[in-house]
Design a protein. Sequence first.
Length: 150
Amino acid sequence: MSNARRQAQPPGGAARRPARPSAGPPTNDPVVLEARRRTEVRHLSFLFLVSAISLLLFMTYTFAGLLRVGVPSGVNIAWLGSMLSGWAATWFYAMYVTFAQRRWLWFALVAFPATSVPCAVAYAWTRRMEIEEEVLGDPGQRAPDKRGTR
């Protein structure tokens, strides 16, 4: 085998797949994101995780209070501490993420402390959907997902 051909093959000697033309039926091939987009998706994932857990803590605390569920004082203090630290983490991180992406309306909504947690959840979810549509195209044009089918 010639030296040029040996260098063209990936490690392990497996042949490369030929490039697929852009026109044709959509497939479920994995999508490779550029570094900037990958960083944004990682930030959005972490923001969604922190803000959703904080929102869940707030909602369960509110429902427990409405239903007059007796909570021991030690658990109540830990719960309040978790809610406060989750709110602070969400507030600072959401302001960082929205400022870095220059999303000024979302920044204004997140900067107001009373709306920071629910708006952070909404921003992370809607921005992820925007990125998905940018990367994968129109949802009606995508191939159906075959996971879980027989």
